[in-house]
Write a protein that binds this ligand. Structure first.
Ligand SMILES: [Zn+2]
Length: 395
């Protein structure tokens, strides 16, 4: 739902602005001279644009930095509370709405469960109600400048449409238009796993990574590819569906209708069902989160079922390394809460499947954003645009 930039002068100015803002974000506090060195822009351009950004309130001058002999330079920093974002996460069983600053730090949030079979119009009414509540938590004198929404399933981001949300059974929900009409603010709709990857690049472990791959292990398994600082969507828009890589052609049936997908072997649902069957426990008496806690507390069957799933995840991570050779792969989901025991099993499996020499070049890490990744990702959709076109948001 972006407005195209018209005219080459405006385009260049916006590109230079984004360049300067990113330099500040990465290295703050930073002097004007260092911004010029880092970006390759002339000192005059840096001086003009930073003056304008100070007027807009997006950056501020701070204490003087270290001198190289002459006068100490004035340092510049982002002002994270210049304005605020609305953030919405629609998962398959709850809605979270939050207010964040422009570091995507949550200042207020509220969760509501989604009843099974809820209609899209009912859910959107709930989102609107919570967003009105959220606006009251924006500090006096400040504005909410945009709303980011991340949802599970297939999304048409340009039109802000939820094309298909399998777990909710929704199709063609024009959520972007509906929220935009209500609040008259820019609205961004993104797939939840892509939003999580964006959060990593904005405020997580991928802050300085230009290319990385993100893998989320939940009730489904999804992925996202960041290429050249942009989310790579592929020609059809569905890139990153690592959960549906075939592990075994004659394997168990997957929710997508195919057989033997990674998701059919390693999703939370699979681990949960296998554990319950192994222990003879009725599924209603337990939740997946309990299996993680049991594994942490020494239940061998729980840990064994989880590590079996990690084996399949490791095969896929190995495939990803062989295919993309990324500098960084970030994993998120409940299994990362088990830390080292999962990392060691994962590493062993990856080593067994990657080409010699390639694995050592790829860093594998567990996300530290944890359950906050989707909501911070939703906010990041707004903030990314704010940093590209600050005048549009703050003038
Ligand atoms: Zn599948």
């Amino acid at each position: 739902m972006k407005t195209p930039v018209t005219g080459s002068f405006e385009l260049i100015k916006n590109l230079n602005t984004a360049c300067i803002l990113n330099a500040i974000r990465e290295k703050e506090p930073i002097s004007r001279a260092d911004i010029a060195r880092k970006t390759g822009l002339t000192p005059a351009t840096v001086s003009n644009i930073t003056a304008e950004l100070i007027d807009l309130g997006l950056i501020g001058e701070t204490e003087r930095g270290e001198s190289n002999g002459g006068r100490k330079p004035v340092m510049l920093m982002i002002r994270p509370h210049v304005c605020y974002c609305g953030a919405v996460h629609i998962s398959s069983n709850f809605i979270e709405v939050a207010v964040t600053d422009i570091n995507a730090t949550v200042v207020w949030s509220e969760n509501r469960p989604l009843q099974r079979g809820i209609r899209p119009d009912e859910a959107i009414r709930l989102v609107i109600e919570l967003l009105y509540k959220a606006q009251a938590f924006v500090p006096v004198g400040k504005k909410m400048v945009g709303i980011g929404i991340c949802v599970h399933g297939l999304v048409q981001i340009e039109e802000g449409v939820m094309l298909f949300a399998p777990n909710l059974g929704w199709e063609n929900v024009r959520i972007g238009d509906l929220i935009q009409t209500e609040f008259n603010l820019p609205v961004y709709v993104e797939n939840d796993v892509r939003a999580m990857a964006l959060a990593e690049s904005w405020c997580g472990l991928a802050r300085n990574a230009v290319d990385f791959v993100y893998l989320y292990i939940g009730t489904g398994i999804g992925g996202s590819i960041m290429f050249n600082n942009e989310l790579y969507k592929g020609y059809g828009g569905f890139a990153g569906e690592f959960g549906h890589s075939t592990i075994e052609p004659d394997g168990p049936l997957c929710t997508c209708g195919n057989r033997g997908c990674l998701q059919a072997y390693a999703s939370e649902n699979t681990v949960f069902k296998n554990y319950c069957a192994r222990k003879g426990i009725t599924e209603e008496d337990l939740e997946y989160a309990d299996v993680i806690s049991l594994a942490k507390n020494g239940d061998e069957a729980a840990l064994d079922e989880i590590l079996k799933s990690v084996r399949y995840i490791g095969i896929e991570v190995g495939n990803i390394i062989n295919a993309f050779s990324p500098s960084l792969i970030i994993l998120n989901g409940n299994i990362v809460k088990l830390g080292n025991v999962v990392m060691i099993a994962l590493d062993n499996e990856i080593n067994a499947h990657v080409l010699k020499y390639t694995h050592s070049r790829t860093r594998i890490v567990f996300s530290r954003l944890s359950d906050r990744a989707p909501i911070r990702g939703a906010a990041s959709c707004v903030i990314r645009d704010l940093f590209e076109y600050p005048r549009r948001f703050l003038q």
